[in-house]
Design a protein around this ligand. Structure first.
Ligand SMILES: [Zn+2]
Ligand SMILES: [Zn+2]
Ligand SMILES: [Zn+2]
Length: 148
């Protein structure tokens, strides 16, 4: 996996016969600039400052399109909304169990990950650290495990 530029993503979109609308372009630029995973509701809210009439459905559809293009990666969170992140380098995330913040980790050292068993053809892997972000840890003391 490697960095995809907005220009490249637009090119791929056109090559597939997709229309480059101002909303689509704004969504791409927003994600490419953010450099962190954002949830669809967060993206809708941000884009509406620029396009007040933008429908949430349109954003969801466009996000799906960007995932298909290979410009955006989707992370399924155990709790809460999926997160979408512009494709940069392969890396993992730390997830706050309290506020749901998702923080990007350093690039993954693939050779240091456990290897798949012989005969198994790996396609991808996921790894997440769960805990409390700085803000939440200082509020709660960070030692208590919430009752489930
Ligand atoms: Zn937190
Ligand atoms: Zn990330
Ligand atoms: Zn990895």
């Amino acid at each position: 996996m490697r960095l995809v530029t907005v220009a490249e993503a637009l090119e791929r979109l056109r090559a597939q016969g997709g229309r480059v609308t101002p909303q689509r372009r704004a969504l791409m630029e927003l994600l490419a600039r953010a450099r962190r995973p954002m949830s669809a509701p967060e993206l809708v809210e941000t884009l509406r400052r620029q396009f007040p009439d933008m429908a949430a459905d349109t954003v969801y559809r466009n996000l799906q399109g960007l995932v298909t293009l290979g410009a955006v990666e989707v992370f399924h969170m155990p709790e809460g909304a999926d997160r979408f992140e512009w494709v940069t380098y392969h890396h993992h995330h730390a997830v706050c169990l309290d506020c749901g913040e998702v923080l990007c980790l350093e690039p993954c050292q693939e050779e240091q990950m456990p290897q798949a068993p012989a005969g198994f053809r790996p396609v991808r892997h996921e790894f997440q650290i769960f805990g409390y972000c700085e803000g939440c840890a200082s509020e709660t003391g960070g030692t208590e495990v919430p009752a489930r």
